[in-house]
Design a binder for this molecule. Structure first.
Ligand code: TYD
Ligand code: MG
Length: 447
């Protein structure tokens, strides 16, 4: 029923009499159930009227992406950079953004199109040196060392390259906008102009943006809404591994993942990341359990390691690398209360080998079993993986896409998996189903 606050009117469908309230019987003519609410008449607004068209009358627009030749980038983007689109490539300083962009532009130039690199941070000789290290500078790749936005937009409009990359958006300034280079106003203003030039010329634009240590895109956060695609370039500077995550994509799937390795001659795709993560594993070491995690839609096998040592300080240490500290704290509490594995007076270190960061709960069971094994000194079977989320009650919960993960484990030669009760069986692995953490600790011989 309508609210009594608005001036609603009810009109009788039989005699036309009006009433401020709904009545079962019209007070004027005596008919039953004839009163209906009258909606206020829409008066419209002044000005021109837009005409919608049937959606089916719009021709299908099959846009062919431009491959960059960097296989993992192309795969993550669903083929390459879409003409007229704007892609934001964000990452911490030193992670390899300039390297990736130079490799991608070189790939475009070696393929079908002209490419332009706008270097707003590095000098021409610096860029030339890097290109040499990466296998030379193809003739179709032009360099513009420039920080003034109007000059950059003018060059793109005049030369119309297939792809232009601006490295970085925080170093470019628009004279008419307030603030210094890298300020939110400047970054937003510059991005708006570059988006416009992309749409008008059909050039695919790549904006490089620095993010701070905690993953915040200082200026670029405001960019994420403006661009078509957001690619996060992640990794640990002390490890060679680099991940490309597609966070937003107007032309394809998000959550795609590219895996690369930084070598002395540039970024090289890693065709078998699981193999890479497990390469240095010492099977039979206590405190090591392999978990099949999911990055985007890509299954990866990672080695979860734990070390339990006599506390060296009055307050025991809890230290994580590549895992969430809160998750470790929670699992330690559950282990103690629900599985009789207590490490109260011990230092606990937990890590994911290889520089990957795992934030999903599917790794819980592996981590809990690694801690249990580290405490008792019992090794977990090296041919078994563990997959499951651990609840506060000590229950093991199933995780999404288990068959895909277990298939990856089978591919890498694992034989068994400790999993939650209801996990679907599709991988050819022998499944050891457990309902509770205590049961998992017992059946794996870690208790
Ligand atoms: P860079 O692309 O400059 O990072 P960003 O633009 O994100 O700040 O590269 C950073 C590091 O990568 C640099 O310390 C040197 C290293 N590097 C390699 O290991 N191999 C290479 O082929 C190149 C070009 C760089
Ligand atoms: Mg750089």
């Amino acid at each position: 029923m309508s609210s009594t606050k608005t001036k609603t009117v009810f009109r009788c469908g039989s005699c036309g009499a009006e009433s401020p309230r709904w009545l079962g019987r019209c007070a004027a003519c005596g008919e039953w159930s004839t009163l209906a609410e009258q909606l206020p008449e829409f008066r419209g607004v002044d000005g021109p009227v837009s005409d919608p068209v049937p959606l089916s009358s719009i021709p299908l627009d099959h846009i062919t992406p431009i491959p960059t030749g960097v296989g993992e980038l192309d795969r993550a983007l669903g083929g390459g950079l879409v003409p007229g689109s704007v892609t934001l490539l964000g990452g911490e300083p030193g992670i390899g953004k300039s390297t990736l962009v130079l490799q991608a532009l070189s790939g475009v130039a070696r393929g079908q199109g002209q490419a332009m690199l706008v270097s707003a941070e590095e000098s021409a000789p610096q860029v030339r040196d890097r290109a040499e290290r990466l296998g030379g500078a193809p003739s179709g790749l032009a360099l513009l060392t420039e920080t003034s936005l109007p000059a950059i937009v003018g060059a793109v409009a005049a030369h119309r390259p297939a792809v232009v990359a601006v490295d970085s958006i925080q170093s470019v300034t628009y004279p008419d906008a307030s603030g210094g280079a890298g300020s939110v106003t400047q970054v937003r203003e510059c991005a708006h102009h570059l988006v416009r030039v992309a749409k008008e010329t059909g050039t695919a634009v790549v904006l490089v943006g620095h993010v701070t240590k905690d993953g915040e895109l200082a200026g670029p956060r405001v960019l994420e809404h403006v661009v078509d695609t957001v690619v996060a370039f992640e990794g640990d500077r002390h490890h060679a591994l680099r991940l490309l995550r597609v966070r937003k994509h107007r032309f394809g799937d998000t959550d795609e993942l590219g895996v690369l390795e930084m070598r002395c001659d540039g970024l090289v795709g890693v065709p078998d990341p699981s193999g890479l993560f497990l390469a240095d594993r010492l099977p039979g070491t206590a405190g090591s359990v392999v978990a099949p995690v999911l990055e985007g839609m890509r299954p990866l096998l990672v080695e979860v390691q734990a070390l339990v040592a006599k506390a060296g300080t009055p307050v025991p240490r809890r230290s994580v690398q590549g895992l969430e500290a809160r998750r470790l704290a929670l699992l330690l509490a559950v282990l103690s209360r629900r599985a009789a594995v207590s490490v109260t007076n011990a230092d606990v270190y937990a890590s994911v080998a290889g520089g990957l960061r795992v934030a999903e709960p599917g790794v819980d069971l592996a981590l809990a079993l690694a801690i249990a094994g580290a405490k008792t000194g019992q090794a977990f079977d090296p041919e078994t993986v563990a997959l499951g989320e651990v609840g506060l009650g000590g229950e093991i919960r199933q995780v999404a896409h288990a068959p895909r993960r277990l298939a990856e484990a089978a591919r890498l030669g694992f034989r068994r998996a400790v999993v939650a009760r209801r996990t679907p069986d599709a991988s050819g692995l022998q499944l050891v189903r457990v309902g509770r953490l205590a049961e998992a600790v017992a059946v794996t011989g870690l208790g």
